[in-house]
Design a protein around this ligand. Structure first.
Ligand SMILES: CC(=O)N[C@H](C=O)[C@@H](O)[C@H](O)[C@H](O)COP(=O)(O)O
Length: 177
């Protein structure tokens, strides 16, 4: 992508590491690979859960900024985690993990409530990511003060969308026959 566009790219690397729940850019080594691939902003899981090699957001965020010269987007699930990430130096925070951690498993993205709280409390730009599935959702996020909106599955998840149509139509067929 870097070769074709000049717009800023947010990069991340999902890595499942046995024994750890953190999987979005869990280690500095992962961030390094993303930086080499041409990302301008590196998104990391900024929750306070354990990560490999004893790394923490307090070591990882400054290291990415100082050694790689990249900005950091902190993917968070709660306001407390967002505050800690900003304290550690995060340049952006995102609602990415709202609904995807033990602390938020009873909530469903988009995290508009979290977005509102973060916009009110934090000095850094807040990105609304996760569960944005219509232009109206995106509009609402911006109205609530989001600096930017990330749309994933609703645009790129063609396999999921086809499956949803298939499931819905199978139900009609089963119940209707
Ligand atoms: C929780 C997690 O792992 N989120 C990931 C973040 O990198 C991606 O799988 C999501 O697609 C992205 O956040 C956009 O969300 P949605 O696909 O709902 O628009």
């Amino acid at each position: 992508m870097r070769k074709w566009i000049t717009q800023p790219i947010i990069g991340l690397w999902k890595q499942q590491i046995p024994g750890f729940e953190v999987y979005i850019t869990p280690r500095f080594a992962d961030a390094m690979a993303i930086a080499e691939a041409g990302a301008d902003i590196i998104a990391i899981d900024a929750t306070l859960r354990n990560r490999p090699n004893g790394e923490t957001i307090n070591t990882l965020i400054p290291q990415i900024q100082q050694e790689l010269g990249k900005q950091v987007m902190a993917d968070v699930d709660t306001l407390e985690v967002a505050i800690a990430a900003v304290k550690a130096g995060a340049d952006f925070v995102g609602t990415t993990l709202y609904g995807y951690t033990k602390d938020t498993e009873n909530y469903t993205p988009p995290g508009f409530e979290l977005l509102e709280k973060m916009v009110k409390k934090l000095e850094v730009p807040v990105i609304c990511e996760g569960g944005i599935s219509s232009p109206q959702h995106a509009q609402k996020a911006i109205e609530l003060g989001a600096y930017a909106v990330v749309v994933g599955t609703a645009i790129t998840g063609i396999d999921i969308q086809v499956k949803n149509y298939q499931t819905a139509l199978m139900e009609v067929k089963t119940f209707g026959s």
